[in-house]
Write a protein that binds this ligand. Structure first.
Ligand SMILES: NC(=O)c1ccc[n+]([C@@H]2O[C@H](COP(=O)([O-])OP(=O)(O)OC[C@H]3O[C@@H](n4cnc5c(N)ncnc54)[C@H](OP(=O)(O)O)[C@@H]3O)[C@@H](O)[C@H]2O)c1
Length: 259
């Protein structure tokens, strides 16, 4: 195919972003991959890659203009609500079309025992009862909030070894990037005698195993809803992103933007 004159900024940090980067690189679409740089061992990408925040909405607007970005694709994790909100605002201000590429949220199935809460603070409040053994499948950034409920034993699973002291007194720590299987997560829940699973509604396949394992064992799940993001165009497949790019590039963005 011929590659239109476009220049994409792909906000990454999710398996969707990595899958899309591969396809864009294979098809020769000019694109830059952007990482926040939260983890030390960043997976290499087949696209030119930048690392670090932009400096809020203003910084992102500046980046879009300075680098003559014609298309912004937000494929960040569904719980990265701040950068996704910034992307909506910056795209509006810079006049750059924005598409969010996300995975659909999980929905409960027969046999699930979910209690759904709107955010992390509500999840912490919901754990105010007597001591339990809890699988806290959240990542280390949210952990400080749970210091308010020190009575529980927490099973933690991080992608890399933490450098800081953990803020909960009683925990077991596993370092594993996944993806995980139903069998291994069920074995884990049994081995650590878990009473309840706390999960973000991230969606996708890699992290679903713990929910299936919890259903099989009849365990309750405290499910945290996604953060709210302003309205934006959103798709759930690489094919839909490619359709959007093809459609948008036909609208001659360089002409519209005076590039
Ligand atoms: N939150 C999660 O549960 C989770 C899980 C897995 C992976 N991740 C990934 O980890 C990254 C950070 O997540 P978060 O929850 O801390 O995000 P966040 O709260 O939405 O964003 C915080 C700040 O980090 C910077 N940032 C975030 N993503 C960026 C990107 N792709 N490129 C450049 N700067 C970025 C932005 O800084 P400036 O304001 O300075 O531009 C943003 O304001 C995201 O890229 C996300 O995809 C998050």
């Amino acid at each position: 195919m011929t590659t239109p004159m476009i220049n994409i900024l792909l906000l990454g940090g999710s398996s969707e972003a990595t899958a899309l980067a591969r396809v864009l690189a294979d098809r020769g679409w000019p694109a830059t991959f952007s990482y926040a740089g939260r983890v030390k061992a960043l997976a290499p990408q087949p696209l030119p890659t930048r690392v670090g925040g932009f400096g809020g909405v203003d910084g992102l607007v500046r980046y879009l203009r300075d680098h003559q970005i014609t298309h912004l694709i937000d494929a960040t994790h569904p719980f990265a609500g701040q950068i996704s909100t910034h992307a909506v605002r910056a795209a509006e201000q810079a006049g750059v079309p924005l598409l969010a590429f996300t995975r659909p949220p999980w929905t409960p199935e027969a046999g699930d025992h979910w209690q759904t809460v709107p955010d992390m603070a509500a999840a912490v409040a919901a754990l105010s009862g007597p001591p339990e053994r809890i699988m806290l499948a959240l990542g280390r950034l949210q952990l400080p909030l749970f210091a308010a409920q020190p009575q529980h034993h927490y099973l933690l699973r991080f992608v890399e070894e933490p450098t800081e002291l953990l803020p909960v007194p009683d925990y077991s720590l596993i370092i594993d990037r996944g993806p995980f299987t139903e069998e291994s997560d069920r074995a884990l829940l049994e081995q650590y005698r878990i009473d309840r699973v706390v999960s973000k509604n991230a969606g996708g396949e890699g992290a679903r195993a713990k929910l299936t394992a919890a259903r099989q064992l009849g365990l309750p799940v405290l499910m945290i809803d996604r953060p709210q993001v302003p309205p934006r165009a959103e798709v759930h497949s690489v094919e839909a992103v490619l359709d959007w790019l093809a459609h948008e590039s036909e609208r001659s963005p360089e002409a519209e933007r005076g590039v």
